[in-house]
Design a protein around this ligand. Structure first.
Ligand code: CTP
Length: 414
């Protein structure tokens, strides 16, 4: 789950989000969304339907956004409030969107503040449905949603599957996405960049595990955090993102197609499949360079093994180098290098020998950098430019800068 305090403020910062809340029990989750959006720098104007106010008091939203909540179409101070809200908005998000709201929005009704604001705005709109799973499966609800998406161009997030209002687990989708997921969807609405739209970005992340026996493995300390942050940020910029991840305890990024692998050989296979379609490939995984020559079928027993154990290792494939022939001509390729000595020399060598356009280097021994921490201090190398040293910052912040550099290369057509 992303921690809003770690997410760099882009793309929410200083943007105006109209958050429409309609009458479903999931409205309580949207208080958290309003808070998260505010924390990452957005100005959130909450518009509540009459039904929503029966579930959550406007005061809750006022308290977390620090702004007045709008509930009435006709109010003394705002004769054309809907027009102003609609015009000022950078994005409109409706969560939860009930079946009744979907029907009324489909008809273009204008009998409350939220529906009129929708008609008045030209900002991108995100609809986040939530209802009982049987209601969501109804053909009329599906038809309304299809109309909003296909005819009006609204984005739709969710619903997900899982526990519903009364605690029963739904057989189909119906549950509102979690606040952190909704935050990411609003981020994509606000953050899509033309240069990333219609592009496929491949990211490798995490460690690999190479089996010694059925319970033991050779691995490393990589958490996957850097690669996951890159995948999430690339998706937020509008790309289709495929994340090939070794074992990691992190929640897969929202919207990203995540392929889970365990070994370097499996990772190479997954990369080979995606690479021909990738406009950008980022090799952030800490691949184990060696694997046991053979993995035993049964657990090594201390009693039988005695006082020492030797495990012979053999080299793993170098995924970034071996898959070079499958790279799409003109695509942008980014590597990472974690060093403990001669950082810049080693990094410069990897930049050219592995055919990367950019190489992100960091010193594993420096405090606040490398594995198992949430921050990183990196230097970005490119062939035609002096190394760019970045200050110590969150891995999410590093990801944004790396994506800025990738965007420059894509824009230049490489
Ligand atoms: N890499 C890879 N496959 C490997 C090893 C590394 O694809 N078997 C990729 C990494 O994802 C990274 C880059 O190559 O983008 C450099 O990784 P690194 O481990 O620093 O380099 P190595 O070539 O393994 O060199 P060394 O470990 O000797 O420093």
């Amino acid at each position: 789950m992303s921690d809003p305090a770690l997410v760099p403020r882009h793309p929410w910062k200083g943007r105006r989000v109209v958050l429409g809340v309609t009458g479903g029990v999931a409205a309580y989750k949207v208080v958290q969304l309003a808070r998260d959006l505010t924390l990452v720098g957005a100005d959130v104007d909450v518009v509540m339907s009459a039904g929503a106010q029966r579930f959550v008091a406007p005061l809750s939203f006022e308290a977390v956004t620090g702004r007045p909540v709008h509930t009435r179409l006709f109010s003394v101070d705002g004769a054309a409030l809907h027009v102003r809200l609609g015009l000022d908005a950078d994005a409109v998000c409706v969560a939860p969107a009930t079946a009744d709201f979907l029907a009324r929005a489909t008809q273009g009704r204008a009998d409350d503040l939220l529906t009129t604001t929708l008609l008045a705005t030209r900002a991108p709109v995100l609809i986040c449905p939530a209802m009982n799973d049987r209601m969501f499966a109804h053909p009329q609800v599906r038809a309304n949603l299809a109309h909003l998406r296909d005819a009006l161009g609204y984005q739709v997030a969710g619903p997900g599957q899982g526990r519903l209002a009364a605690g029963e687990v739904g057989e189909g989708p119906g549950r509102l996405l979690e606040p952190w997921q909704l935050l990411e969807h609003v981020g994509r609405l606000l953050g899509t960049q033309a240069v990333f739209a219609q592009r496929t970005v491949l990211v490798t992340a995490g460690p690999t595990r190479e089996a010694i026996d059925p319970v033991r493995f050779v691995g490393n300390r990589s958490s996957g955090r850097m690669g996951y942050a890159l995948a999430q940020a690339a998706w937020r910029r509008g790309a289709r993102v495929v994340l090939v991840s070794g074992p990691s305890s992190l929640t897969p990024p929202e919207g990203v197609e995540t392929v889970h692998v365990e070994t370097a050989i499996e990772m190479r296979g997954a990369v080979e499949e995606v690479l021909p379609d990738a406009d950008v490939s980022v090799f952030a995984a800490a691949v184990a360079d060696y694997r046991p020559l053979s993995s035993r079928d049964h657990k090594v027993k201390r009693e039988r093994q005695g006082s020492s154990l030797s495990v012979e290792l053999t080299a793993n494939p170098d995924i970034a180098s071996e898959t070079r022939p499958s790279r799409r001509p003109g695509s942008v390729t980014v590597g990472f290098a974690l060093e403990t000595e001669d950082l810049l020399e080693n990094a410069a060598r990897k930049l050219t020998s592995k055919g990367f356009d950019l190489l992100v280097a960091n010193d594993a021994l420096e405090a606040g950098s490398g594995f198992e921490v949430r921050t990183n201090r990196v230097t970005i190398l490119a062939c035609d430019r002096a190394p760019e040293e970045l200050p110590l910052q969150s891995k999410e912040g590093v990801a944004e800068r790396v994506l800025d550099r990738i965007a420059e290369l894509l824009e230049a057509g490489r």
